[in-house]
Design a protein around this ligand. Structure first.
Ligand code: SMO
Length: 710
């Protein structure tokens, strides 16, 4: 990384800086003096009928306030998922299990004590009687579809496909630095409830909590404190968070005012938090001899967990609808289905279906090009949607708003000296090295819909900005303060930004799907423009404006080039170089954009090479700590060269597009293409993610064995 990329004319905001200096207020720091602590008793079974829960010993433990389960807390169901794709049957998943448990780690009881240590010790005294039932595990492709989607355009060619591929993507964990948590302060009659949650969607969380408590929404104040990373895993409410609210309600009946806190830990979050990815993809691509793409067929199966979080259907929906990606494809048939399994829930995770689409499509393009003896970069250049065709609507109705895809490919290949890379590769191959080149395109639709803002301009010149969208470390306070200052023509120091508190902030959808700047930022800019308008018409300060801003999806795009070598002795893959040209529209804060791109690349590298949640046939998680679940480390990050083209989106007033997910989309696709390319002298092989040393070694050693026999 060069200094040029890190230089920024914008100073970070106090609020953002505080997080880096250790002065933030994260879940465990929420000031709630004297709060009782909750610890969950979790099911050791992946699927079982509950016979009895023995809690007397735990209840008698020193310092224990209560041991709560279905008997005390009653019957409730988890919120229904987002109706973007209809379910085959309504979810109706029991929030507090009373007769059946459906995944290992599902909470069955909540022990509340005066300290976390006492609650932990007492929780060990709870005994669960249950009868184990048959377990449907992760790769249950034969399980009935719970949710489906399909897109069809024209007739596929009657000939055999030029290339086909099968690809399995492991389940992974978003692994934010900060585990989940919830704090509840219950006061008064009628009830006034304050809930602190590290959530990406405070307004929806407020509604979810109010609904389960049977309270009007206004009785619940939802505060999102500083959040140590989210990545989609914090987009939808967890059962544990709703349990805590119900426990406070129950205890308030006898205790009046109640203060409760729950802080999860890494193993509990790996076991029972929101997981991501986990799909089996197959695809076929028809490519004419002249390189023209003629048809694509794809089938996608997503093994979903025991219940669907609000956004749980989104990855399947996105993967299927985004699949034609940046190419003007001929005819295509895409179908996808998701089925239930006795595992932890699966939710959106940074990319949310976009990585699946890019991985399948880009590896197919490479395979088809090799089969035809064509250069994969030339095939891409030939089939990319042209800038003059923008906005471009795919036949199934997805509209790409803007961008110059051929320019991204061309600039990336120039910057990387692609022809030279091929020459070097040929030389190293001749010397016996296993080295591959991957050049992958990606698109990243950012969210659609609305966000809101309220801006108050005080008589003394100070400005308060209230956004409906929160932050989880992206630096929104800096972005929002600067854009408000620019729109109002005042100094950024005079602007205070408020996010994530339903008592003060207007309603919002949330910080997800790469939408905060494009839509939430545009809402602020719109409010500021209205303030200036009213001043121009002679209204005096103070003035306040509240706005909603609605926008259609803006599509970012980019091209990632990777050179990867594989040690034939060990199968260890090493990314030697990564060159990336992205277009996230107009960049308001280049330094923050850079951070998002590099952070996303690290997570993309983790998914491509290292990370995997593993369940055994009984539905037991085998990767329950960072001793077994391999996150990428600093020394596994390659040098990354980044350049940005900026095609402003015509769809929002800032011209911004999404940027948070790009690294998880384009980088794994380029790595997979490079791995296939590295192995291609020996043939075409189906690979799974992550590209473990064992997997690559087995492919290579097969070749070595047969070479020796010959
Ligand atoms: S996976 Mo993102 O938080 O929509």
């Amino acid at each position: 990384m060069t200094a040029r990329h890190l230089a920024s004319p914008h100073a970070p905001r106090r609020e953002d800086e505080a997080l880096l200096r250790g002065a933030g207020c994260f879940g465990a720091d929420v000031p709630l003096a004297g709060a009782w602590h909750g610890v969950f008793v979790r099911s050791p079974y992946a699927h079982a009928r509950l016979q009895g829960l023995h809690t007397a010993a735990a209840a008698a433990y020193p310092g224990v306030v209560a041991v709560l389960s279905a008997e005390e807390l009653g019957t409730h169901v988890m919120p229904e998922p987002n109706p973007l794709l209809p379910l085959a049957e309504a979810q109706n998943f029991a929030l507090i299990p009373h007769d059946t448990v459906h995944y290992a780690g599902q909470p069955v009881a909540l022990v509340i004590a005066r300290t976390a240590a006492l609650a932990t010790a007492a929780a060990r005294e709870v005994v669960l009687d249950a009868i184990a039932c048959p377990v449907q595990t992760d790769r249950a492709c034969d399980a009935p579809a719970w949710v489906e989607t399909a897109h069809r355009q024209g007739q596929l060619p009657q000939t055999a496909a030029t290339a086909q591929t099968q690809l399995s993507l492991a389940r992974v964990s978003a692994s934010p630095l900060e585990p989940r948590h919830a704090s509840v302060h219950w006061q008064g009659e009628p009830a006034q409830v304050t809930v602190w949650l590290g959530t990406q969607a405070p307004s929806r969380a407020q509604a979810d909590v109010a609904k389960v408590l049977g309270l009007p929404r206004a009785a619940v104040r939802l505060i999102t404190p500083d959040v140590g990373g989210a990545f989609g895993a914090r987009a939808s409410i967890s059962p544990e968070e709703l349990w805590l609210a119900l426990a406070a309600q129950h205890l308030a009946r006898t205790h009046g005012e109640v203060k409760l806190r729950w802080v999860s830990d890494r193993s509990a979050d790996l076991l029972a938090g929101m997981q991501g990815r986990g799909s089996d993809l197959t695809g076929r691509l028809w490519l004419a001899e002249n390189g023209q793409m003629q048809g694509l067929a794809a089938e996608m199966h997503f093994g979903l967990g025991a219940w669907l979080p609000f956004s749980g259907v989104v990855p399947l929906r996105n993967a299927a609808r985004i699949l034609p990606g940046p190419y003007a494809l001929g005819d295509y048939t895409v179908s996808g289905q998701g089925s239930r399994s006795h595992t932890a829930p699966v939710n959106i995770y940074r990319g949310a279906g976009r990585p699946e689409a890019a991985l399948l499509l880009e590896s197919l393009v490479d395979k088809a090009a090799r089969t035809r003896g064509l250069d994969p970069v030339a095939v891409r250049a030939q089939n990319l949607i042209r800038p003059e065709a923008m906005p471009y609507t795919h036949p199934h109705g997805e509209t790409l708003d803007s961008g110059d895809y051929p320019a991204l490919l061309q600039r990336a290949c120039e910057k990387w000296h692609y022809p030279q890379q091929r020459q070097d590769q040929a030389r190293r191959r001749a010397a016996g090295e296993c080295v591959g080149i991957g050049v992958a395109m990606y698109v990243e639709p950012c969210g659609q819909g609305w966000e809101s803002a309220r801006v108050r301009w005080h008589a003394n010149g100070e400005v308060d900005v209230y956004s409906g969208t929160p932050a989880q470390g992206q630096g929104h306070a800096t972005t929002f303060a600067d854009l408000a200052a620019e729109a109002l023509g005042c100094a950024p120091e005079n602007v205070r930004v408020h996010m994530g508190d339903t008592a003060h902030c207007p309603e919002g959808i949330g910080a997800l799907a790469s939408r905060s700047t494009a839509i939430g930022g545009s809402a602020i800019a719109k409010a500021c423009a209205q303030l200036r308008e009213r001043l121009a018409q002679g209204e005096p300060l103070p003035l306040e404006v509240e706005t909603r801003y609605e926008a259609a999806e803006a599509w970012s795009a980019g091209c990632v080039c990777v050179r990867l070598s594989i040690d034939p002795e060990t199968g260890i893959a090493r990314i030697e170089e990564l060159v990336w040209v992205d277009d996230a529209g107009r960049q308001l804060q280049p330094q923050l954009v850079h951070g998002q791109l590099v952070g996303g690349a690290a997570q993309g590298i983790g998914q491509a090479l290292y990370e995997r949640l593993v369940y055994d046939a009984q539905g037991q998680l085998l990767t329950g700590s960072f001793m077994d679940y391999a996150l990428p480390r600093a020394d596994q990050m390659p040098p990354i060269t980044l350049e940005s083209l900026q095609t402003p989106s015509p769809l929002n007033r800032l011209g911004a597009k999404g940027v948070g997910e790009a690294g998880c989309i384009g980088v794994p696709a380029a790595i997979l293409c490079a791995a296939h390319d590295a192995l291609s002298p020996w043939g075409e092989f189906d690979l799974s993610l992550p590209l473990t040393p064992e997997q690559l070694w087995r492919v290579i050693s097969r070749f070595h064995d047969s070479a020796q026999k010959a």
